[in-house]
Write a protein that binds this ligand. Sequence first.
Ligand code: SAM
Ligand code: DTB
Ligand code: SF4
Length: 334
Amino acid sequence: MLHETTVANHVGKPPEAATERTTLAQAKIIYNLSFNDLLFQAQTVHRANFDPNAVQISRLLSIKTGGCAEDCGYCSQSAHSPTGLKASKLMMVEKVVAEAKKAKAEGATRYCMGAAWRSPKDRDMETLVAMVGSVKALGMETCMTLGMLSPGQAEALADAGLDYYNHNIDTSEEFYSQVITTRTIADRLETLANVREAGMKVCAGGILGMGETTDDRISMLVTLANLPEPPESVPVNMLIPIPGSRLADAEPVDPVEFVRMIALARILMPRSHVRLSAGRTQMSDEMQALCFFAGANSIFAGDTLLTAENPGEDHDTALFRRLGLKPMELEPAE
Ligand code: SAM
Ligand code: DTB
Ligand code: SF4
């Protein structure tokens, strides 16, 4: 039977398994396994590749908020949507470093800086390069998410020492134009290729709960898994409905379906960190526990994401204690 072969393919195989291409049909079979079989499978893959009780902790900062030229239907920061968010200029390096220090003191090992841009302006590159250098000097991993990058911009950030670049594909190729019309998924894939070419690690994932079908969600994960190299980090966001945005009233995702998607991401990308990203405030502790069991092993900590709410430190500390989870330590630099 096809699913037995497919599933067996992912258990106990050497790392090369991560480079095998998966078809949509195979991924659907995995997704539709009985919940217990799917979770057992995902947990087995997880344990073969990671400490099952360690969770990587990232912290986000919006270094340039609002007024964005893109029309992403989910976003509080698009100038096309009347969300009432106040736009701000690019933050000063000193302020960013002060915030990063606080995050480090609270246990974050990676600092992710996000800007509401279609792509960075060349005149901002000097400030961005300085930010990377100063945050790295604190002994943290660095990540930025600034929109589309040209090959030259990707190289400049890589030369500055940027460890990760986050650039989500957000949904399936088929559904993309329902969510965003000011760019295509091909534009996103081009930036991801520029990021890889420049030698940075890739963080790429998407959002569930924008009115897409189950097939769209599976297709998004298959696209990510079939990149020339899978992303090192895969953020799975649950839509935070933003009043005034086009997707303010989208149908929420069924929690069991959400957990199934996490399990599928773990099985398709055995060695990637799967991040339980936006939307944790709306999840019960039990749902988060199932996500960790299904293979999620990274979170954003802190009371705010970029503009929206996140469970605060107290809640997460209590959750980690309840579940016997521990923060993942930074691997020593090579
Ligand atoms: N402007 C850059 C870009 O779009 O690549 C970087 C910032 S953008 C806010 C980063 C990601 O945040 C988006 O790709 C999307 O996956 C996620 N995101 C934004 N708004 C969200 C929301 N309301 N709920 C869940 N995820 C969201
Ligand atoms: C990602 O996948 N999720 C983060 C990060 N990458 C940049 C952003 C979530 C944003 C949630 C909505 C907000 O805070 O405005
Ligand atoms: Fe701009 Fe990024 Fe928001 Fe899209 S997701 S509107 S590109 S900030």
